[in-house]
Design a protein. Structure first.
Length: 321
């Protein structure tokens, strides 16, 4: 197949491009590099089945080639990004999704939306299943991302019902692994960078809020299996192994043999208190569940971040202010 991946130079998007090429598909990677980076896809540029298109998906696009699938991952995804880019986040979730769906309709292509566990907001149901409608503050600072994705889901289902497009909706829970940015802003990469630098690890609130972390190789496999399925309703993709942020900080300190301590800061507005996917539907419908346990995934990710931190330190040493 020839597959268009919007947001293909981002963290999950670039891993997905790799995976699709390994499956012998052709890939058009579309990204405006607002939060993605060309470094993630440099090694693919000489592949004759890969093409990079720098373009903002919120603007009209015309692609001449036949396209079999559109996988729409474009969007700021870290709170640090969507709080800094609120209008852009809303535009890519609305206009960007509309344009991506319109392209899929013209090409007679399948469409997969990368949605998010954030559609559940600060959930009052635990764990979160696909039948839960969520508990979201539409006018809070996180609402720009939450509501952009909720609208994108509604638009995707409207195109499926009105135009018969073969659509899929993946609700992606916290995902991690090599390729994340140093300045990503989310808890796991922030803890790793702080521990590797010997800095105190900043935990918001009392640290008892929970998250569930899925390793990147498991996530892209889940996305691919969903693409090949006949499922049109939303489906959770994530690792149900739940951990408090305070426990995560302690694990990372132990794995890095760091002398860092934990310091506490005020909890951000509307920060979810708990987050864990119910993946019963993914198991039954896709035959999918995560394979990489947290310790194995953390060690692989730490190796990546260690190299990045060392490289950054050398650069600073060579180019002092």
């Amino acid at each position: 197949m020839r597959i268009l991946v919007t947001g293909g130079a981002g963290f999950i998007g670039s891993h997905l491009c790799n995976y699709l090429l390994e499956k012998d598909h052709s890939v058009i990677c579309l990204d405006n590099l607002l939060t993605g980076t060309k470094e993630n896809i440099t090694h693919l540029l000489n592949n004759d089945r890969f093409r990079f298109l720098q373009h903002n998906i919120t603007e009209p696009i015309n692609i001449e080639e036949k396209i079999d699938c559109v996988m729409h991952l474009a969007s700021p995804a870290s709170p640090a990004d969507y709080l800094r880019l609120p209008i852009q986040t809303l535009k890519v979730g609305s206009l960007g999704t509309l344009i991506a769906l319109g392209l899929a309709k013209r090409k007679g292509a399948q469409f997969l939306l990368a949605s998010t566990s954030e559609v559940y907001g600060d959930p009052q149901e635990h764990p979160q299943s696909e039948t839960y409608w969520g508990h979201v503050n539409p006018v809070g600072p996180r609402g720009v991302y939450d509501e952009a994705k909720r609208f994108a889901e509604a638009l995707t289902m409207a195109y499926h019902r009105e135009h018969g497009i073969d659509t899929k909706i993946a609700r992606i829970f916290n995902t991690y692994g090599p390729g994340m940015r140093l300045e990503d802003g989310r808890a796991l990469p922030t803890f790793m960078i702080q521990a590797l630098r010997g800095e105190d690890l900043t935990v918001f609130g009392d640290g008892k809020q929970t998250r569930s972390f899925c390793y990147i190789s498991d996530m892209v496999e889940g996305l691919y299996k969903l693409l090949l399925s006949r499922e049109h309703e939303p489906i959770n993709l994530g690792n149900p192994s739940e951990i408090t942020l305070l426990q995560l900080a302690s694990e990372i300190i132990e794995l890095t043999s760091s002398k860092s301590k934990v310091v506490f800061k005020p909890l951000p507005v509307d920060d979810p208190k708990q987050r864990r996917p119910d993946i019963a539907k993914a198991k039954k419908t896709l035959g999918w569940e995560p394979k990489v346990d947290r310790r194995e995934g953390l060690l692989k990710t730490l190796e990546y971040f260690s190299q990045k931190v060392q490289k950054q330190a050398v650069t600073i040493e060579r180019n002092p202010l």
